[in-house]
Design a protein around this ligand. Structure first.
Ligand code: ACO
Length: 321
């Protein structure tokens, strides 16, 4: 039997942290107290104008490859989860492949599932590996969400940041990913969207993120609890035997409510959003890498990753690390 295991993790946050007070100094009508009490976010990173998602992804990928003890040439599949790609095409994954110096490589493509994107990409890569078609995949979440924020909308712009996280997923005889589940319900698209695009050289519609925060909150707590239970049930595992829950880092109150629904104490939940905000598809691999590098997460630990995002999309993976 072929399984898919995480062999290495990496992440990257661009530039210096931008604190909540820095946002106030930049003229946003908000306060540190409001942002921290509503979201748990204290600072975020914003990429310089000349950095694209592929640049952030490249650094995270190099760190994951180094941690896995392999070379870029050993990678035969690259999947980048992003909603803020460098271009309409080529894919961000193809650009990352080029920036890593890989020539005549395996498949490289993007997946677009917003904040669930990393779970989607991980699950797709797992299926490639378990089928025997590929041996070593680079799975990346990379975002420059600052580019799609309306900085005059204080209800959204304070919540997001830029960053990237990556894992090397490789074929193994030992189980790694034990179960995964993906879902979508496009009928909820109006409550979180960027309802615009480019056509004939012009922006058509609205190119900024729009969100009904309270509707998103309720939906997120329900589906995150459900999908985590779904992967636990699929593997016959109790929530009490999970070492770490690593949820999408959107909002501390969503994370707390989900952990409570699952009966997982907050001491076993990895939270990193205080210093990078909501980085959409990058948030789960960022939190995962930080847990590894701070030695919270160690080989042999059993973890649940879970995410929810625009679409709406949601998903989870149960993993032996
Ligand atoms: N600073 C100060 N005041 C603000 C700010 C701000 N940044 N933003 C809004 N306010 C004000 C509003 O104007 C409003 O004032 P009013 O009462 O005088 O009209 C007041 O705060 C309350 O506004 P609400 O929108 O009702 O605030 P709420 O308590 O719902 O909190 C929030 C908003 C934080 C967005 C909340 O709804 C939430 O946590 N939603 C979840 C959304 C989320 O996390 N999205 C992340 C992306 S989705 C994902 O990743 C899956």
């Amino acid at each position: 039997m072929i399984y898919a295991r995480i062999a290495g993790t990496g992440s990257f946050l661009p530039g210096e942290p931008v604190s909540n007070d820095d946002l106030v100094k930049r003229g946003i009508d908000t306060s540190d107290e409001w942002i921290v009490s509503r979201s748990g976010i204290r600072s975020r990173h914003l990429a310089a104008a000349d950095m694209g998602a592929s640049d952030l992804a490249r650094v995270a990928a190099e760190r994951a490859i180094e941690a896995a003890g392999c070379e870029p040439e050993d990678i035969d599949l690259i999947i980048v989860a992003t909603s803020t790609p460098d271009y309409i095409f080529p894919s961000t994954a193809a650009l990352v492949q080029s920036k890593l110096g890989i020539r005549n490589g395996g498949a490289a493509f993007d997946v677009q599932a917003v904040c669930s994107g990393f779970i989607y990409a991980l699950s797709v890569a797992e299926k490639f590996i378990r089928s025997g078609s590929n041996k070593r995949a680079l799975v990346i979440g990379a975002e420059v969400f600052s580019r799609i924020l309306d900085w005059s909308d204080r209800g959204t712009c304070v919540l997001f940041g830029d960053g990237a996280g990556a894992v090397v997923l490789e074929a193994s005889e030992r189980p790694g990913i034990l179960a995964s589940a993906l879902h979508a319900d496009g009928s909820h698209h109006p409550i979180l969207c960027v309802p615009g695009g480019v056509a004939s050289g012009q922006v058509i519609g609205d190119p900024f993120l729009r969100m009904d925060g309270q509707a998103v909150f309720k939906f997120a707590v329900k589906v995150l609890g459900d999908v985590a239970n779904e992967v636990l049930d699929a593997a016959g595992v109790q929530a009490s035997s999970i070492d770490w829950l690593i949820p999408h880092q959107a909002n501390i109150r969503i994370i707390q409510a989900t952990a409570k629904r699952l009966g997982v104490p907050m001491e076993r939940v990895v939270t990193t959003l205080d210093h990078h905000g909501n980085t959409s598809a990058a948030s789960i691999p960022l939190a995962l890498d930080e847990a590894v590098r701070t030695r919270l997460l160690r080989p042999g630990h059993r973890i649940v990753l879970e995410g929810v995002g625009g679409g709406f999309t949601w998903g989870a993976a149960l993993i032996d690390f």
